[in-house]
Design a protein around this ligand. Sequence first.
Ligand code: BG6
Length: 473
Amino acid sequence: MRYTHLKPFPENFFWGASTSAYQVEGAWNEDGKGPSVIDARSEYPEGTTDFTVASDHYHKYKQDIALLAEIGLKAYRFSIAWTRIVPDGDGEINTAGLDFYHHLIDEIRVQGMEPIVTLYHFDLPQALMDVGGWYNRQTVDAFARYAEILFDAFGEKVKYWLTINEQNLMILQGNALGTVDPKIQNDKKNLYQQNHHMLVAQARVMQLLHEKYPASLIGPAPNIALIYAATPKPEDVLASENYNAIRNWLYLDMAVHGKYNHLAWAYMEDKGFLPDVQAGDDVILAAGKPDFIAFNYYTTQTVAASQGDGHDEVIRGGNKYLKSGEDGVHRGAANEHLPRTQFGTEIDPVGFRNTLRAIYGRYRLPLLITENGIGAFDKLEADGTINDQYRIDYLRAHIHQMQLAITDGVKILGYTPWSAIDLISTHQGCSKRYGLIYVNRDEFDLKDLRRIKKKSAYWYGEMIKRNGLTDAV
Ligand code: BG6
């Protein structure tokens, strides 16, 4: 649809930016913090740093929050490190950890921004992993207890909560995100059991927050990428529907309706991946209701019908950890209509609108975009500037499509692109930069960790002042 007039962004729209604890904080073993699965890792992809110092946000948070306020952000989305609060996952509480997040949240509020808090972003306590991680049902109780500690501590200061970051990618890309246990034979069956436990855990904490703080709001935060069919061939369309169910709707149907998506269930059943569902789980799952749907959007994906010839799985974006396609289910395909980032990720702003419309059309809940952004090899120029015009182009194109989606009638609460400041990528080091703010360090040379606003930060700040893109339509 081509509109003659675009609807404006709502007043009080959360223009923000996003980070996660382990990717930005550093101080991995300070002030009583326990080790997470991230800290316990001993191997990293060649040429990439570990997470021990990251952007040293733990020590520089005041400066960082001040810079974000200076840019003009209205909201800041970050995650809490479970192991700072409960170092071994389900034992004693570390008050120094609580203190750190009290200071951080107070600072965000003092600077006039809304804190949006993710309970858990990939960094499971290693002590829980040692006894089976999410495969072990006790992790559900540990998570519910951890969430309750956070609600009790920060419930008066935080209104917007997110449950689990990208649960779907922890299941679908477990190799990249550390959820695959190398000792397990049938890793997918194990992963779908982990998935079930996370879904139950999520439902419990959504219900818990509503009981304790009825005015607070909570939602899931999966990575949603609309799946396109490679051609109009009916078999390709069917494959795209199947993969939409397996990749996207399984997670959101469960979060919103408390029921497994029937196509995803049929897939798990046929493959032998059905989880053990305990009596009473259906009641728990139905009782946990989200107030909004948060999701991360980077790109769409394209699939064709499976050929069943052993070559359905393809590597995506030149990144050996990220694969698409599964024999007998769907074949991963490239989308020749889309340009790519330096890291091979397809760029699809129109797909953002498609994805927003698809989610809103299915669930009719307000949406919050918790991640969106471009990873690039940014360059610090001799004059001390970072001219990341490609990031401005990327953000502008996505913001424009978001406004079109708003004009389509989609309700959107806010947009917190990835990332507020440079941080360590999940598995491609710190040279793959996403930030609005540059952090002066290399993979193995910490330099001075100086913060410098990139050109995109100035552009984003101006755009926020105008509450939208007066220059781009
Ligand atoms: C999301 C994650 O998958 O995308 C972030 O929630 C991550 O933690 C971001 O950093 C970008 O991905 P990557 O692999 O380039 O760091």
